[in-house]
Design a protein around this ligand. Structure first.
Ligand code: EPZ
Length: 422
């Protein structure tokens, strides 16, 4: 198993390019199930989760030609509608094939995603919404068995909670439904917006894109056709992570191929910490202050502060001058990184969904263990400033969602090496 060895203290400088967004590419790959025509996707991030979903498409019988950031997908040959546990257990986002498979084929079986380190993460809202569109849903042997032999019907759906995956599954299901579907309390994340724009580009009428109320007029079973290449939007979480690398190492760095509107909440919080920024068309440069100020932050749905940036900001707060308060409101178990960061000499305490991070003068390198994707990036950030060597293990978590993190950090001057356990 690979691990990372980081020697702290290096100043970063220069510029890097941000990759395509994992959380946009995943629903877009699932969305290709809605067509029997060829689709080209570009700017795909080179991460494990993308390869896992493309493998699932292949297991369903679809044709995939994946070359680095480009994938040509041809789902005219799909001959199975069963998404097996072997794949879904590796990546819960595989649940995003449920809506498109049911909409196009009228029936499917998708393994229930198991538990997850950051929380229970049920899919009850996805299933309830599909049932209101006329689907018959059963849970059998760890699988969701869904049927809609006469196709799905348009419906009015009010989500009890804002759910990104739920919104994405229902937007895709509604695209081929008979009639109009209205989704109220829909997610507004940029990744949801790109999925809606992709479906609209195939001629489906969608109103309210980017708002919490979406209206989709279905094609009544007619498969879609995507004429243009779909270029994946930049990864706002990857961009936020590198801005935190600049802040925590007191280094001015530039990120290219960024949509800085999508990272407004992270920029705001870094400004509160005393950082300044230069924004250009699609690049951003951070200018950190000598001393970082503490902040209070609460994770919420977009456009508020993203839960996927919580761990990285906790790492930055560890060296701020004073006490920061961080509240996690989306996932009930997303503080697994706290005990690992405290191993590096941080002073963080937890009470339920709230943590207090007392800034410390110095951190010291140590062995730490990654527990989930974003937690692992926070450990790497901490290693960049900790005195001596920090060893980060179980980095398979990192590889799921960061494209060549150690290569990009090395190109900025960090001392970070990937090694194989003997
Ligand atoms: C997406 O997960 C992202 N994943 C997550 O990023 C991100 O943390 C999350 O949205 C929130 O922004 C992808 O896009 C692949 P939700 P998703 O449904 O869709 C509860 C990363 O680091 N809920 O918006 O699974 C749920 O338990 C990952 O890249 C229900 O109760 O998140 C959570 O508390 C981690 N019932 C809340 O809603 C449901 O049916 C938000 O979850 C669905 C969700």
């Amino acid at each position: 198993m690979d691990y990372l060895e980081i020697t702290g203290g290096a100043k970063l400088k220069g510029e890097i390019t941000i990759s395509g967004a994992k959380n946009s590419a995943l629903p877009i790959i699932a969305c290709t199930i809605l067509t029997d025509q060829k689709v080209r996707l570009s700017n795909l991030p080179n991460v494990v989760d993308i390869r896992t979903l493309l493998k699932l498409i292949t297991m369903l019988g679809g044709g995939v030609n994946h070359n680095n950031t480009i994938a040509d997908i041809d789902n005219s040959s799909i001959n199975s509608t069963k998404a097996v546990y072997e794949i879904v257990s590796q990546m819960r986002a595989s649940i995003l094939v449920l809506g498109p498979l049911l909409a196009r084929f009228g029936e499917c079986e998708v393994s229930l995603p198991g538990g997850c380190a950051i929380g229970q993460r049920p899919i009850d809202l996805h299933l309830k919404a599909l049932e209101s569109m006329g689907a018959k849903i059963e849970i059998r042997g760890g699988y969701v068995k869904a049927e809609a032999p006469n196709g799905l019907k348009g419906a009015k759906i009010i989500f009890d909670k804002i759910t990104v995956g739920g919104t994405e599954n229902i937007v895709m299901a509604a695209a081929l439904a008979d009639g109009v579907t209205t989704i109220i309390n829909a997610a507004k994340e940029p990744e949801v917006v790109q999925l809606c724009e992709m479906i609209a580009s195939a001629g489906v009428e969608i109103d309210g894109i980017g708002t919490s109320e979406l209206t989709i007029k279905g094609t009544n079973g007619k498969a879609l056709e995507f004429k243009e290449t779909i270029e994946i939007i930049p990864d706002r979480i990857e961009a936020g992570t590198y801005l935190c690398a600049g802040a925590i190492t007191n280094s001015s760095i530039t990120l290219n191929k960024v949509n800085h509107k999508h990272i407004r909440a992270s920029i705001n919080k870094l400004e509160e910490m005393g950082c300044e920024f230069e924004l250009k068309d699609n690049s951003i440069t951070i200018f950190p202050p000598k001393k970082l100020k503490p902040i209070n932050l609460i994770t919420m749905e977009y456009p508020a502060f993203p839960t996927d940036m919580q761990a990285q900001f906790m790492a930055v707060c560890m060296i701020a001058e004073g006490e920061s308060i961080i509240e996690e409101r989306l996932f009930e178990n997303r503080f697994m990184h706290v005990s690992e960061l405290n191993r590096l000499g941080a002073d963080i305490w937890l009470k339920g969904s709230v943590s207090a991070v007392k800034g410390v003068q110095k951190l010291y390198g140590a062995e730490v263990m990654a527990t989930d994707l974003r937690a692992s990036s926070a450990l790497v950030l901490a290693g960049l400033v900790a005195d001596g060597v920090t060893t980060v293990r179980r980095i398979y978590h990192l590889d799921r969602g960061y494209d060549n993190l150690e290569g990009k950090l090395s190109s900025l001057g960090a001392s970070i090496i990937r090694k194989k356990e003997k």
